[in-house]
Design a protein around this ligand. Structure first.
Ligand SMILES: [Zn+2]
Length: 159
């Protein structure tokens, strides 16, 4: 709802009028009640161009924030790929060391090597992608192989 305002100056004689006055103190004309603040020139409308540019600035700022955030998630993928490739390849992740388990080839070869380590990491992504069914396979499979174990031809055995 637009607040009712009155002209600051009398439209008839130009005398200054108190904002609460209903009648001009000088000429006695009834003071016009303003209901459209833009039409009466009390407030200017912001230009459409300025509004558009301000929106562009906001979009650019959020775009930069989003880009930086996506870089951190790319970094996260790179770090976890490096972590698993290296440690799978050497035979054990830190978690596996703590639990005294390790990775071997299905023919018993140990360690499995970095290429197969990377393959098993990629396999983990695939296992996770299909709503985690690839991991569920560890429980179902007779040799407790997840899809990533099938893909990389590995067993998880006591260290
Ligand atoms: Zn007047």
């Amino acid at each position: 709802m637009v607040e009712e305002r009155r002209n600051k100056f009398c439209s008839n004689c130009g005398a200054e009028i108190d904002k609460n006055a209903e009648i001009c103190p000088k000429c006695g004309v009834r003071v016009k009640i303003i209901t459209d603040i833009f039409e009466e020139g009390i407030i200017e409308k912001a230009g459409v161009g300025k509004r558009f540019v301000s929106y562009l600035i906001d979009a650019i700022i959020l775009g930069i924030v989003g880009f930086v955030l996506s870089l951190t998630s790319v970094m996260n993928v790179i770090i976890s790929a490096a972590y698993f490739t290296y440690l799978f390849g050497r035979g054990q992740t830190l978690g596996m060391m703590a639990m005294k388990i390790k990775l071997t080839r299905t023919d018993g070869t140990y360690p499995i090597g970095y290429t197969r380590g990377l393959l098993r990491y990629v396999g983990m992504m695939i296992s996770a992608l299909v709503i985690g069914i690839g991991y569920l396979w560890i429980v179902i499979d007779k040799d407790n192989q997840g899809w990533h174990d099938k893909i990389a031809d590995t067993y998880v055995v006591p260290a």
